[in-house]
Design a protein around this ligand. Structure first.
Ligand SMILES: Cc1cc2nc3c(=O)[nH]c(=O)nc-3n(C[C@H](O)[C@H](O)[C@H](O)COP(=O)(O)OP(=O)(O)OC[C@H]3O[C@@H](n4cnc5c(N)ncnc54)[C@H](O)[C@@H]3O)c2cc1C
Length: 447
């Protein structure tokens, strides 16, 4: 027996209460549709959340809200009002004991690399563009061709391998996505040749950020959607289908709930694996080939006013377990109590990696020793530390992933009442504003 009665409006089951699920709920509410969001965790927001540790706040990863979709930005501005601030906080890259500005600025780079390596980098950038491009379609080939050997090796190849856990000759150029904006080649050359006076407009250090952390966006969307429409601690364990329609979902392995429409933001492979009857062996094999990256987050709370001025500091070097760190206070003062600050390190890894299995104490020790080595902290400044493990942090975009996703999508399109959203749900390297856009577009499809 279903929990819904009305047949006038579609009864929509939204699977997952991250930004994708919440955005669908938000627009469904605006349209007056009947819906329920099912979230397995005891809180909403998925990976876009802000956690509290004593008097400190920190996000589950170095989040910012990017102003990339005018309509979405406008919507979020209205939803958050005064809480949303526009910031300009550039980042840095740690290389050979020095902090290099990111987005890259030739003058800063020259100062930190030295004139010779810098000149080589500039020549490399030019000559790599003139060389005929190899065609194995990998990120490595793309990076070498676009940025030249020197810059690619220092800033891109090591970092990307650390981030994705896959060698760059197996990664798709799609990973470049919006991450490369700070390595704008045209800007780089114009400034290198014409000098600092020609300093082009770097927009990449600017972003929006809510006063009380990125999780405010999810929180406000949840409030708008209505408490009664959100079911936390509700894990979807089966999706029953018949005659090309999803008929019902199973929650927590117990309750069967009939549904008219389904919007799934569950990771794509999970969705396929809980379908009943099971999809074909071919589809399940394709799903198995789609892998996700996990991230370990080590947060240190410090009795110290400030450590860095950067939004994020990237660590491409293999001598550091973390790929990047951020200081929440540099996004909003409210993230730390007065006179104190915090640092959060992101360690990308897979479940089978040794580091994933390390005890929290060992992880904290390893991060602390690296921070001490850089000269950032002293032992007596550490108030506390905590470790969070993020599963399904991002999809790993290996060469050929598009074809797999396309085939899976053709199979899923066969279900007349199923729509798919989400970063892991669509297996795309997408952002919060994309989640909002997906939600808007999906809900527009309902009459
Ligand atoms: C370290 C890091 C940094 C990032 N930085 C930025 C940034 O600066 N700017 C930006 O725009 N984006 C950033 N992102 C991306 C952003 O977090 C994602 O785009 C967004 O969170 C994706 O939302 P989602 O709803 O698709 O997925 P998720 O956030 O993963 O939400 C999925 C939800 O589904 C739930 N779920 C899973 N299985 C089940 C089940 N069986 N039943 C019910 N519920 C289930 C999960 O608990 C989760 O709440 C970052 C991500 C990470 C990991």
């Amino acid at each position: 027996m279903g929990i819904y009665q009305s047949k006038k409006h579609p009864n929509i089951a939204i699977l997952g209460g991250g930004m994708a699920g919440l955005s669908s709920g938000y627009y469904a509410k605006k349209k007056g549709l009947h819906f329920k969001i099912y979230e397995s965790n005891n809180r909403i927001g998925g990976n876009s959340v802000t956690l509290k540790h004593g008097d400190f706040l920190f996000d589950l990863g170095a989040h910012r809200f990017h102003d990339q979709d005018e309509e979405v930005t406008k919507e979020i501005k209205v939803l958050l009002g005064e809480n949303l601030k526009k910031l300009y906080v550039p980042s840095q890259i740690y290389h050979n004991g020095r902090f290099i500005d990111f987005p890259l600025s030739p003058f800063n780079l020259m100062k930190n690399m030295g004139l010779r390596p810098f000149s080589k980098a500039v020549v490399d950038v030019g000559s790599s563009r003139l060389r005929k491009r190899e065609t194995n379609g990998s990120f490595e080939e793309f990076a070498l061709h676009t940025y030249g050997k020197t810059l690619a090796e220092i800033f891109l190849l090591n970092y990307s391998e650390k981030l994705w856990g896959v060698s760059c000759d197996r990664l798709s150029p799609e990973i470049a996505g919006k991450r490369m904006k700070g390595l704008n080649l045209r800007t780089f050359l114009v400034e290198a040749i014409l000098g600092q006076k020609a300093k082009t407009k770097h927009l990449d250090g600017s972003f929006y950020y809510p006063e009380m952390g990125i999780g405010t966006i999810a929180k406000k969307m949840g409030e708008f959607s209505g408490k009664d429409n959100i079911l936390i601690n509700s894990k979807i364990t089966k999706i029953f289908h018949n005659s090309n329609r999803i008929e019902a979902i199973e929650v927590n392995g117990q309750e069967r709930i009939d549904t008219d429409e389904v919007i799934s933001s569950l990771p794509l492979n999970l969705l396929l694996n809980i379908m009943e009857p099971s999809p074909s062996k071919e589809i399940l094999t394709l799903a198995k080939g789609l892998r996700y990256r996990n991230v370990i987050l080590v947060a240190l709370f410090l009795n110290k006013e400030s450590v860095t001025k950067a939004a994020t500091v990237y660590f491409p070097g293999s001598g550091f377990p973390f790929a990047r760190i951020y200081e929440p206070k540099n996004r909003s003062k409210a993230m730390s109590p007065p006179g104190k600050t915090s640092l959060v390190a992101e360690i990308p890894s897979q479940q089978e990696d040794e580091i994933w299995g390390l005890e929290d104490e060992k992880l904290i020790e390893s991060v602390c020793s690296k921070f001490a080595q850089i000269g950032w902290i002293r032992e007596d400044e550490i108030i506390d530390a905590t470790v969070n493990r993020i599963y399904y942090a991002y999809p790993i975009l290996e060469i050929g992933f598009e074809e797999k996703v396309q085939e899976i999508n053709s199979f899923l399109k066969g279900f007349s009442n199923l729509k798919v959203s989400g970063r892991n749900g669509r297996f795309r390297y997408a952002w919060i504003h994309d989640m909002v856009r997906y939600g808007k577009e999906i809900i527009e499809e309902y009459a």
